[in-house]
Design a protein around this ligand. Structure first.
Ligand SMILES: [Cu+2]
Length: 291
């Protein structure tokens, strides 16, 4: 709420504001940060091609935005409900109040922990005065990355992010390891992921095929989730690259759900597919190796 309500900034990120025009190695989310008046800011240079890949680096200063992430209580503690506030400004500090509806929401927030074993996709409320707010809780102490995904009015898809620190007992970090098999069972569904290419920079189709776990019948009545057949998030293993993914056919209803993306570089990526069936959203995670 107030600037003095500050978040802890991780050492690795206390490197100053990085995202001026075109900083290729920094990826989509302009994760450079600085302590400014006690709040944490993220600066975006992601514009113009927000729907394709995380290599959105060609931003111009005039198109850049900044997000400030704060916890209403000042700090966040593990297992406690915490109010997260997000404010968006242009790079001159002027508050942005107009956002486009995007996949049925004004803002999407994704939160992951350092080893990507934790994933949360939530939607904050807009207070009409400059602040998005959402209540959340973190399972353990440690570092989390918060991504805010939005479309400023007249602008294009923008993703801003920040590592935040949560107080409390931490859990040992595990390596993000590629899955031997891209078949997962979640909530009674068997979901298989196939990639049309495992090569960086290729326009790649991710196909999720959803079957009933027991009968192995394809599920043909997937419901619309956020205005499409599903929602997919892709992050590089260090969470520095947030890939934009869009459905190939929004109106599909299964058993196959196809999404388009492009992996910017070789490496390990985690993919979360989210689908809705019989009123319930289920999330299927995969880890893939891209050449
Ligand atoms: Cu969302």
């Amino acid at each position: 709420m107030k600037k003095r309500m500050m978040l802890m900034l991780t050492g690795a990120l206390a490197v100053g504001l990085l995202a001026a025009c075109g900083t290729p190695k920094e990826g989509a989310d302009g994760h450079g940060g600085t302590h400014q008046g006690g709040a944490i800011n993220a600066l975006a240079n992601d514009n113009g091609h927000g729907d394709h890949g995380g290599q959105d680096t060609g931003g111009h200063a005039a198109d850049n935005y900044k997000a400030t992430f704060t916890f209403a209580s000042g700090t966040a503690k593990a297992s406690e409900n915490t109010k997260l506030n997000v404010q968006v400004t242009d790079t001159n500090g002027k508050a942005i109040h107009d956002f486009e509806w995007n996949h049925e929401k004004l803002m999407h927030i994704i939160i992951v922990n350092k080893d990507l074993s934790y994933f949360s996709h939530i939607h904050p409320e807009w207070d009409g005065k400059g602040t998005f707010t959402v209540e959340t809780s973190f399972p353990k102490g440690g570092e989390y990355k918060v991504f805010a995904d939005f479309v400023p009015k007249g602008g294009s898809g923008t993703t801003l992010s920040k590592w935040v620190k949560v107080e409390g007992e931490t859990k040992p970090q595990e390596k993000v390891k590629a899955d031997a098999e891209l078949v997962k069972v979640v909530d009674g569904k068997e979901v298989t992921l196939t990639l049309s290419s495992a090569k960086a920079k290729d326009e790649t189709t991710l196909t999720f095929t959803v079957k009933d776990e027991k009968t192995k019948e394809g599920i043909r009545n997937l419901e619309q989730y956020l205005g499409a057949v599903g929602h997919v998030v892709v992050l590089s293993e260090d969470a520095e690259q947030y890939l934009h993914v869009h459905p190939a056919n929004e109106k599909a209803s299964g058993p196959a759900a196809e999404f388009m993306t492009a992996f910017p570089n070789p490496g390990t990526y985690k993919i979360w597919g989210q689908f809705q069936h019989q009123g319930k959203v289920f999330t299927v995670p995969y880890v893939v190796e891209i050449q």
